[in-house]
Design a protein around this ligand. Structure first.
Ligand SMILES: C[N+](C)(C)CCCC[C@H](N)C(=O)O
Ligand SMILES: O=C(O)CCC(=O)C(=O)O
Ligand SMILES: [Fe+2]
Length: 456
C-alpha cells in the first residue's frame, strides 16, 4: 500500500478479489490502472492502454466494491479516456492532468467554481448559479476519483462535481495558451492576391446563409471581404451591411455618404491622399468594421490602400520582440477635435498601439492613426525615445511596398474592412468622388459568424 502522506483521500473501485499481478501483454482496464497506480497491483513490463481492452474487461463478470484509501499526492495516476494518453495527479495545491501531449494544472477553487451540476449552473440559461464569493478559497476536495473519462470531486460539504476530462483539456489555461482565439491568415499583397478569394454576390448573399458564411469565413481569415453586384445606392449599402451585423452609429451618422466638400473637420473630407490608418482610434473601443461603397467617381486617382496590420505586427515581433512588447504595453491617446459649423466633437481614446492577449501574445487590435494620435503625456521621457523607435519599426513594416494592397473601388463593389486589423488609406484624387458606408458593431459580426458555425 502507498504511504499515507496526503490530506487527500479518494474513492475508487477495485476488483474483488483483487488480481495481484499483471503480465506484459495483459489487457488492462482503467480500473486496473488505478489500482496499479495506488500500488495494489504490481506490474512487470510496460502497459499498453487501449480502449478496446477496457471494453473487453468491462464485459467480464466482475464484482466491484468501493474502498477509500489515502494516496501520495505527488504520484501520477492513470486513466484511459477514448484512447488518449491520460494521467492525473492530485497535488497539494492543484489538480494536474496530462491529456494527450498537454500537461494542465487546475486550481481547486477554479474546479469548485466551474462545477456544472444543476445546483451550481443553469444549463437552460448557460449561467452560473453558484455564489463564488461563498466558496472557501483554500477549498480542497475530500474525495477524488477518475472513472475512464470523468473526474469526480467530492467537496467538504458533500457536494459532488463531475468533469469530463476532454472538457477540462479544452478549457485549460495550457490549452488556450497553445491555440489562437481567432485563426487568421496574415498577408502581404502577393499572398492575398494569390489566394484569389472570390467576392460574394449580392443577390445570393442577401438570401443564402452559405454565401454569408463563406464571406464571413474569408473576412475572419483575412480581415477584408467584398460583396459585388450591389446596387449603387445608400439603401442597398445599408441592406448589405444589415445582413452582416448591427450598424454602429457614430457622430458621422448611421450611414454616411461623403465627398471632398470639407463638410466635416477631417482630412477624409478632402481630395488629399490619406496614409494607412485605422479609424476611430480616438474611441475607447474603436469601431470594429468599416464598410466602403464608392457610389461615384468621375476623375483620376482615389484608389484604396489596404495593409494587414497583424502581418506587420508579426514582423516586428520576429525582428524586435522588445519593440513589439513596448507597443503592446505603453498606452497612448488618440483624439478627435471637431469645431465646424454644426459639429462640435471631442473624442479621446486611450490604449496601446497593439492590443495583445497576455496568455498567448496574440494581437487582437491595432490602433494606428498618425493623424489622430494625441500628445504623448502618458509615458516618461526615457520610455518615449524607445517608443518612437518601436513605432518606427512598425511604420517601416506597414510601409513596405510588398505589404500594400491597392484596389479601385467601383460602384457595386462593397468592401468590408476589419478596422481592428487592416489599415486603410487612399490615393489623392481629382473630380467628383462619392463614398458611402458605415461602421459595424464588432460583437455582432462575430455573433453572426458563430451562429453560422464559424470559430470567431
Ligand atoms: C468614414 N468617415 C468619413 C465617416 C469618417 C472618417 C473619420 C476620419 C478620422 N480621421 C478617423 O480616422 O477616424
Ligand atoms: O476616401 C477614402 O477612400 C477613405 C477615407 C477614409 O479613410 C475614411 O473615410 O475613413
Ligand atoms: Fe479612414
Amino acid at each position: 500500500m502507498p504511504m499515507i502522506s496526503s490530506r487527500t483521500s479518494l474513492y475508487f473501485a477495485v476488483f474483488f478479489p483483487p488480481r495481484p499481478l499483471l503480465s506484459p501483454g495483459d489487457s488492462c482496464s482503467p480500473l486496473h490502472m488505478m489500482a496499479f497506480a495506488r500500488g495494489l497491483v504490481s506490474l512487470r513490463g510496460s502497459l499498453l492502454l487501449r480502449r478496446d481492452a477496457a471494453r473487453a474487461s468491462a464485459r467480464a463478470p466482475l464484482r466491484l466494491r468501493c474502498v477509500q484509501i489515502q494516496v501520495i499526492s505527488t504520484r501520477w495516476q492513470h486513466t484511459a479516456p477514448a484512447s488518449v494518453k491520460c494521467n492525473w495527479n492530485l497535488r497539494e495545491d492543484f489538480f494536474e492532468l496530462s491529456y494527450g501531449d498537454l500537461v494542465m494544472h487546475f486550481d481547486y477553487v477554479w474546479l469548485r467554481d466551474h462545477c456544472r451540476s444543476a445546483s451550481c449552473y443553469n444549463s437552460k440559461t448557460n449561467q452560473r448559479s453558484l455564489d463564488t464569493a461563498n466558496v472557501e478559497l483554500a477549498i480542497r476536495p475530500t474525495k477524488t476519483r477518475v472513472d475512464e473519462e470523468t473526474l469526480f470531486l467530492t467537496w467538504p460539504d458533500g457536494h459532488v462535481t463531475r468533469y469530463n476530462l476532454a472538457w477540462l483539456a479544452q478549457n485549460s489555461y495550457e490549452g488556450q495558451k497553445q491555440s489562437s482565439v481567432q485563426p487568421r491568415i496574415l498577408w502581404n499583397s502577393d499572398i492575398y492576391t494569390k489566394a484569389a478569394i472570390p467576392a460574394a454576390h449580392w443577390e445570393k448573399f442577401m438570401v443564402c446563409d452559405e454565401e454569408l458564411k463563406k464571406f464571413l469565413s474569408n473576412f475572419l481569415l483575412y480581415g477584408i471581404a467584398f460583396v459585388e453586384g450591389v446596387p449603387a445606392t445608400l439603401e442597398a449599402t445599408e441592406e448589405v451591411s444589415d445582413r452582416v451585423s448591427l450598424i454602429r452609429e457614430t457622430m458621422y451618422g448611421r450611414i454616411w455618404n461623403f465627398t471632398s466638400d470639407f463638410s466635416r473637420g477631417d482630412t477624409a473630407y478632402t481630395k488629399l491622399a490619406l496614409d494607412r490608418h485605422t479609424d476611430t482610434s480616438y474611441f475607447q473601443e474603436p469601431c470594429g468594421i468599416q464598410v466602403f461603397h464608392c457610389l461615384r467617381h468621375e476623375g483620376t486617382g482615389g484608389r484604396t490602400l489596404l495593409v494587414d496590420g497583424f502581418h506587420a505586427a508579426d514582423k516586428v515581433l520576429q525582428k524586435s520582440p522588445s519593440c513589439f512588447e513596448l507597443l503592446a504595453r505603453v498606452p497612448i491617446k488618440h483624439e478627435y477635435i471637431e469645431n465646424v459649423e454644426g459639429h462640435r466633437n471631442h473624442m479621446i481614446g486611450i490604449g496601446p498601439v497593439l492590443n495583445v492577449y497576455p496568455w498567448n501574445n496574440e494581437v487582437y487590435m491595432i490602433r494606428y492613426n498618425n493623424y489622430d494620435r494625441a500628445v504623448i503625456n502618458t509615458v516618461p521621457h526615457d520610455v518615449v525615445q524607445h517608443w518612437y523607435v518601436a513605432h518606427r519599426e512598425l511604420t517601416k513594416e506597414l510601409r513596405t511596398p510588398e505589404n500594400e494592397l491597392w484596389v479601385k473601388l467601383k460602384p457595386g463593389k462593397v468592401l468590408f474592412i476589419d478596422n481592428w486589423r487592416v489599415l486603410h488609406g487612399r490615393e489623392s484624387f481629382t473630380g467628383l468622388r462619392q463614398l458611402c458606408g458605415c461602421y459595424l458593431t464588432r460583437d455582432d459580426v462575430l455573433n453572426t459568424a458563430r451562429s453560422l458555425g464559424l470559430k470567431a
